[in-house]
Design a protein. Structure first.
Length: 277
């Protein structure tokens, strides 16, 4: 069992959803307490918190979302459970201080990854984190958050390229030559999915951080890999024009992120989209 520092509130007005979350988290050692929005509001008013994490289901009732400012005022990281179709809710939550997001439908490993975020890192001033680990996660999340931008189609492509890099090259350690061979054999996707399902990589996650600022939207992607030197990939290279891949970073710069910045030895990349007006 984890220590008492791993107590979690599961707040929402859908008892079935909070019960499912508890069924995933309790075996992992989290001490969970399920509360309705009204119960959580009452405890906050009485100054009774005593937890280190909160998962707030904003899908079932507007009252759940209304709790976010009160919860964030306590300094406890709040992970929002949201619907993929509810982009206005997500943007408002980013501005209101949600530290992390889980987009329905969720799976147990994603919930555990969200709670595993360090409290300080998980709370940027203007936004929050989305854990991702699969190619399906990339497709859904890139489309979702790109909707925040003036040119969502271009941003989605750019984000997809960078997020796939984080999975295959960062977390899974697929090198340039190995990917070439896999793509030539038509086996790239099958191998990525096989590796993602292997015990060695089952707990691996990447993170997409989205920050909604008044004049810009900042995207930061972090993986758990060994890092790399991005310099050879920042611009389109004619000598690699016949290769089946290796142009994703340059494409991301051309389409959406001209000022793309790599940090932490290549394990982290940040791009900025300016808001119109």
């Amino acid at each position: 069992m984890r220590s008492t520092a791993s107590r979690v509130w599961l707040v929402g007005d859908d008892p079935q959803m909070t019960a499912v979350l508890e069924g995933w988290l309790a075996p992992a050692g989290y001490a969970c307490q399920r509360l309705s929005s009204a119960e959580a509001a009452s405890r906050l008013a009485a100054g009774k918190l005593g937890v280190e994490r909160v998962i707030l289901d904003a899908c079932s009732h507007a009252a759940g979302f209304d709790l976010l400012p009160q919860l964030r005022a306590t300094g406890v990281p709040v992970t929002m459970l949201v619907e993929a179709e509810d982009l206005p809710m997500i943007e408002t939550s980013l501005r209101s201080g949600a530290s992390g997001f889980l987009v329905k439908p969720v799976e147990p490993r994603t919930v555990l990854a969200a709670l595993g975020l360090p409290g300080g890192e998980a709370a940027p001033q203007w936004g929050g984190y989305f854990p991702f680990r699969t190619l399906e996660d990339v497709a859904g999340l890139s489309q979702l958050v790109a909707g925040l931008c003036p040119d969502p189609a271009s941003v989605q492509i750019a984000l997809s390229e960078l997020m796939i890099n984080a999975i295959e090259h960062g977390n899974l350690g697929l090198g340039f030559d190995r990917k070439c061979a896999l793509m030539a054999a038509g086996a790239w996707r099958n191998e990525v999915e096989r590796l993602l399902g292997s015990p060695e990589h089952a707990a691996g996650f990447a993170l997409l951080r989205v920050e909604c600022r008044p004049r810009e939207i900042r995207f930061l992607i972090r993986d758990q890999g060994q890092g790399f030197d991005p310099a050879p990939y920042l611009n389109l290279n004619p000598t690699r024009s016949v290769e089946p891949h290796g142009r994703g970073i340059a494409i991301a710069r051309m389409l959406a992120f001209p000022d793309l910045v790599f940090l932490d030895g290549g394990r982290c990349v940040e791009g900025v989209v300016r808001r119109k007006g």
